[in-house]
Design a protein around this ligand. Structure first.
Ligand code: NAD
Length: 357
């Protein structure tokens, strides 16, 4: 039976990346019925919002979406469509696998990490008070001399509910994807209340998976050092929002950066797959940028849909094209001006050929 999937091309380089991704997924053997939903800059002009209700309804109906990047205008305009999507659909997991593929120039090989980042709370909850506001003064009063009167204040909420569901997701993901270990990352030696609660909850969840998936803990600062020295020792890592934001970019850097880093935002029964890079507006319409990150997000999507064979076939073909280093975009060539670099579409076609299609 075909899976219905919402395809949001996005703006900037989004549409050309989405087209290449759709083409390779169609050639992977999985049966997908695409429901294209436009969102982003042009939609803002035409419909008054960059994320119309019809897009959300489509994702709620189909449960799975893949999206190209969407521009967030700086200094006004509209707020990030990505943040709005996560909030509207309660996509509380930000999943960032970071795997090294032979042929991508990096400092490390043998890196195969997965960052599971909590997406809804922590310092990113947006509970902030300007310095001198009535609320800030009230909190300064409550803090008994531990906060200066001229301080601006951001609140860091960490709940047992959100910690439990993110850590449980990390263990389930580890189990279902043949991973051996989950590492919880926080800093409870300093933040005993919030990060202490995160670790206590994680330990409880870990007991449910005893004998199936190993569990360990690292403090976030030490974890950073471990990752840049011995990244091959780690597997799935789960953490609150802020640490997750930082470590997922760190790990993407370990495996070659923006052009190759896929991602997903996942909730209880819905998921939106997307590359971590943005809309690179200066390259829009030039058939130039690297489709790998969105295509690998498509691989994650196929696995989520239970299409494991198609996912493996597509991932192998991507790996083969990158390893050969011939039909790849400019950013994957040793020299960025290399005239043998191919375009977005041609790299996609080379992946189709590598699948035998
Ligand atoms: P960006 O990721 O769009 O681009 C930065 C640079 O990285 C590009 O100029 C390009 O040199 C390189 N790059 C990015 N993707 C590439 C690819 N696939 N292949 C080759 N090179 C690539 O970051 P930015 O310029 O900071 O952001 C542009 C817009 O995208 C902003 O409006 C931002 O808000 C938005 N954005 C959207 C998302 C999303 O939709 N998920 C994520 C990040 C940023």
């Amino acid at each position: 039976m075909a899976h219905r999937v919402t395809l949001i091309p996005g703006d900037g380089v989004g549409p050309e990346l989405a087209e290449a991704t759709r083409r390779v997924i169609d050639a992977s053997g999985a049966k997908i019925e695409w429901e294209v939903q436009e969102a982003g800059l042009a939609v803002m002009e035409a419909e008054g919002t960059p994320l119309p209700e019809r897009v959300l309804e489509s994702i709620r109906r189909n449960k799975v979406a893949i999206k190209g990047p969407i521009t967030t205008p700086r200094g006004g305009g509209f707020r990030s469509v990505n943040v709005a999507l996560r909030k509207a659909l309660d996509l509380y997991v930000c999943l960032r696998p970071c795997k090294h593929y032979a042929g991508v120039r990096t400092r490390f090989e043998n890196v195969d990490l997965v960052v599971v980042r909590e997406n809804t709370e922590d310092l990113y909850a947006g509970v902030e008070f300007e310095a001198g506001s009535a609320e800030a003064k009230e909190i300064v009063g409550l803090a008994g001399g531990r906060i200066r009167e001229d301080a601006a204040i951001s609140i860091k909420p960490i709940s047992a509910f959100a910690s439990e569901r993110i850590v449980d997701f990390a263990f389930r993901y580890a189990k279902e994807n043949g991973r051996r270990k989950v590492t919880a990352v926080a800093k409870d030696n300093i933040m005993k209340a919030t990060d202490g609660l995160f670790y206590r909850t994680a330990r409880e969840v870990a007991k449910r998976y005893e004998g199936q998936v190993e569990y360990d803990e690292w403090l976030v600062d030490a974890m950073c050092m471990q990752l840049v020295q011995k990244p091959e020792l780690y597997d799935v890592m789960v953490m609150p929002n802020l640490y997750g934001d930082i470590l997922s970019d760190l790990c993407a850097g370990l495996v070659g950066g923006l052009g190759v880093a896929p991602g997903a935002n996942i909730g209880d029964d819905m998921a939106v797959f997307e590359a971590i890079h943005g809309s690179a507006p200066k390259y829009a319409g030039q058939n130039k940028v690297n489709p790998t990150a969105l295509i690998l997000s498509g691989v994650l999507m196929l696995r989520y849909l239970g299409e494991r064979e198609a996912a493996d076939r597509l991932e192998k073909a991507v790996a083969a094209v990158i390893a050969k280093g011939k039909d790849v975009t400019y950013d994957m060539k040793p020299n960025r001006d290399d005239p043998t670099a191919v375009g977005t579409k041609e790299m996609g076609e080379a992946i189709v050929v590598a699948m035998g299609g």
